[in-house]
Design a protein around this ligand. Structure first.
Ligand code: GLN
Length: 243
């Protein structure tokens, strides 16, 4: 199985390194025809406006939309989440083109600018149920977006509890930071920057899941977020690999 990683800008090298740690080959994608050679695609984090300009320049949007429609797994991390969203707010003047396919609205810079970047342990019941390991995951949020609303076919996989005193926060304190809709996975944080490979490992399994038609929102395999289960394993601290 060959995984394509959109390599226009951003953390594509880090994704390829994370895949390598799992023994999977990641291929840099810069041209539309290269998409024909891969069985899944990662759209990395970076800066979505710049990435969109480059994608437009290389006429990649039609091929990316086509790839999403094939049903092959596509995972957007951070700027990649913005790419996959059907709707985005907080865009730069003039907006930016989106690939779309994921029935949700994202706020492009929900958590603020570079200096508001942070790390946090987030509850990841899906990962724990599918991949084992700690109940929480160390999320690296860099100028991170968030999902403001989701359509009926979208599964919410993780929230981040925003402190209630945060200015201009939406009324809900539990902000959506990871979602899945059929073949599409999206995370507001950067799993390629931590040593915990569970999100990558889960993404690798999605191809099989899509084939088996087992990834519909009614599959019942997802433990609802917020539900606490008795864990025997303590969450172990995860050191970002960029340190
Ligand atoms: N780390 C990231 O990918 C940040 C994304 C950024 N908020 C954007 O608009 O592109």
């Amino acid at each position: 199985m060959t995984v394509g990683v959109l390599a226009l800008q951003g953390s594509f090298n880090e994704h390829i390194a994370a895949l390598r740690r799992l023994g999977v080959q990641g291929i840099e994608i810069r041209k539309a025809e290269q998409l024909l050679t891969v069985s899944s695609l990662i759209i990395p984090g970076g800066e979505s406006t710049t990435m969109a300009k480059l994608a437009e320049y290389h006429n990649l949007f039609p091929a990316l939309r086509e790839f999403v429609k094939t049903g092959k797994p596509v995972w957007g991390t951070c700027a990649g989440l913005i790419f996959l969203a059907d709707r985005a707010v907080g865009q730069k003047e003039g907006g930016q083109e989106l690939v779309g396919g994921l029935d949700c609205t994202v706020h492009r810079n929900f958590f603020g600018s570079q200096i508001q970047s942070f790390e946090a342990d987030i509850s990841v019941p899906l990962l724990t149920s599918k991949e084992g390991g700690p109940e929480t995951y160390r999320g690296v949020f860099i100028r991170a977006p968030a999902v403001l609303d989701v359509g009926p076919d979208v599964q919410v996989l993780a929230h981040y509890p925003v402190p209630s005193n945060k200015e201009d926060a939406v009324p809900e304190t539990n902000v959506i930071v990871a979602v899945k809709q059929r073949n599409l996975l999206a995370t507001a944080f950067h799993p390629e920057l931590t040593a915990d490979t569970r999100w990558h490992s889960y993404f690798m399994k999605m191809g099989k899941e899509v084939e088996e038609g087992a990834s519909s929102s009614s599959s019942g395999t997802i433990v609802s977020v917020g539900e606490t289960s008795v864990g025997t394993e303590q969450a172990k601290p995860d050191i970002p690999i960029y340190q």
